[in-house]
Design a protein around this ligand. Structure first.
Ligand SMILES: [Zn+2]
Ligand SMILES: [Zn+2]
Length: 447
């Protein structure tokens, strides 16, 4: 018989062990696969379906499970515009512990999105060296709870809930807006002040992404109010925008006054009103310790080149991808040297190539054309925004010539005045005939 393993004799011990294993699975996909392995495993599952599904949901979502479940159940039940005491609460997980298929499907979708947002949040607010979340368990829980609460607010009181105003008389509209504002305040009033600060921080973070990728100011009403009202209910939309998988319906056609009165101050006003009642400032001072992150890693790291203390504002290979949410990334043609941004022949081609290139490909690519003056600059350097901008200015035109060569384009002879040539801006034939994406070799450019 030698070393063969004897199966456990007691069916009870086996069943307990299997049940225990099932509750430790990380997600529903693993659970489904495990259940399908044998009838015996399936039977164990059938004896404790709710506790096993709940345990796997916890493994998947983490300690913010009650907030995530509250969100998906309220959303699925379409409890739009209900007063907060008519919504399901964080305790719904205890009141209705059996998870429906719809619950689990929605939980999987929303928790994946929130996890991806946490990765970005961590890269931006905690540790710029890692693309996956480096938040501690406590920090991660605070972030996720805040995200689920913000999403719930947007889902229940935002665009989906737009009340039908039967007649659009001023009085009727005023009453409807007032009612909506009371509902929104009631929602936020249920949170402690630290919880409100966490929601504000999560919102500030999402707003930074939206502003960055759309080129709006983070303080513009479009971003401040419209985004919370219309977008946060589906946080996956923020990720899609970030990943350029979609464009933002931000150029609002909602200049209609009726709509505007509903979304202006959508989150800002009720939160401010709750904080006023508590005699708390509307926003924490900017030097206040972050409400979600306890400790920032590399908070006082220096720029590899100019040695300025920039911490999280430094850029390196691990966070180049986040550069897509930086205003400089949207102003790249303006960084071109001389008069290149007005070059008649190639500027549109340059812009289209930049548009097709991710920030990480672009910055890495610039290092391939490094000039002698930048010999000591390394791809692995951590650069502040000013140094990175300077590096981009000096190399974008060389990179572009490289891209044209890669595309098989013939590069004409260089114009003596290179990027400083003014003729390239008003004589198409000249702009086409000579290459201007090079340094001048003659003094002053002709007018
Ligand atoms: Zn620097
Ligand atoms: Zn020229």
């Amino acid at each position: 018989m030698g070393n063969t393993v004897q199966p456990l004799r007691s069916p009870f011990a086996n069943a307990d062990l299997v049940a225990c294993l099932l509750t430790s699975l990380p997600d529903f996909y693993c659970l489904a696969s495990a259940i399908l392995t044998s009838k015996a495993v399936y039977n164990v599952f059938r004896r404790h379906p709710h506790s096993i599904v709940r345990a796997v949901a916890y493994n998947l979502v983490g300690p913010a499970l009650p907030q995530a479940l509250r969100l998906v159940r309220c959303q699925n039940a379409q409890l739009y515009s209900r007063p907060v005491d008519e919504l399901l609460g964080d305790d719904d997980i205890e009141n209705n512990p059996a998870f429906s298929r719809r619950d689990t499907r929605s939980l999987v979708a929303v928790s994946n999105t929130v996890q991806e947002l946490e990765n970005l949040f961590s890269l931006r607010m905690k540790n710029r060296r890692f693309k996956t979340s480096q938040l501690s368990l406590a920090e991660s829980t605070r972030f996720q709870k805040a995200m689920y609460r913000l999403t719930l607010f947007s889902a229940i009181y935002g665009i989906e809930s737009s009340p039908l105003v039967e007649d659009d008389s001023d009085e009727e509209l005023k009453l409807a807006v007032e009612e909506a504002q009371n509902l929104r305040k009631g929602f936020f009033n249920c949170f402690t002040t630290p919880e409100l600060r966490e929601i504000q921080r999560a919102e500030f973070f999402l707003r930074g992404i939206l502003a960055g990728v759309t080129g709006h100011s983070p303080d513009s009403p479009t971003i401040v109010d419209w985004a919370v009202y219309s977008i946060y209910a589906t946080p996956g939309d923020v990720l899609d925008l970030y990943n350029r998988a979609t464009t933002l319906p931000m150029d609002i056609e909602w200049d209609d006054e009726v709509d505007q009165r509903f979304w202006v101050g959508f989150m800002r006003m009720p939160v401010a009103s709750v904080l006023d009642d508590r005699k708390e400032p509307h926003l924490l001072p900017s030097d206040h310790k972050q409400p979600i992150v306890d400790e920032v890693i590399g908070e006082h790291d220096l720029c590899s080149q100019c040695k300025s203390d920039k911490g999280l504002e430094l850029w390196g290979p691990s966070n180049w991808s986040y550069f897509r949410a930086n205003p400089i990334f949207h102003a790249i043609p303006h960084l071109l040297k001389g008069h290149l941004s007005f070059n008649n022949a190639n500027i549109d081609h340059f812009k289209s190539i930049v548009q097709m290139t991710s920030p990480e490909q672009l910055i890495e690519g610039l290092f391939e054309y490094k000039t002698l003056a930048y010999d000591t600059w390394d791809k692995e350097d951590w650069l502040c925004e000013q140094c990175l901008e300077k590096f981009m200015r000096e190399h974008l035109h060389l990179w572009y010539v490289g891209q044209m060569i890669k595309q098989g384009c013939a590069i004409p002879e260089n114009c003596w005045y290179g990027y400083n040539c003014r003729t390239q801006t008003h004589r198409l034939a000249h702009a086409k005939k000579l290459n201007h994406w090079c340094a001048p070799i003659r003094g002053d450019a002709p007018p």
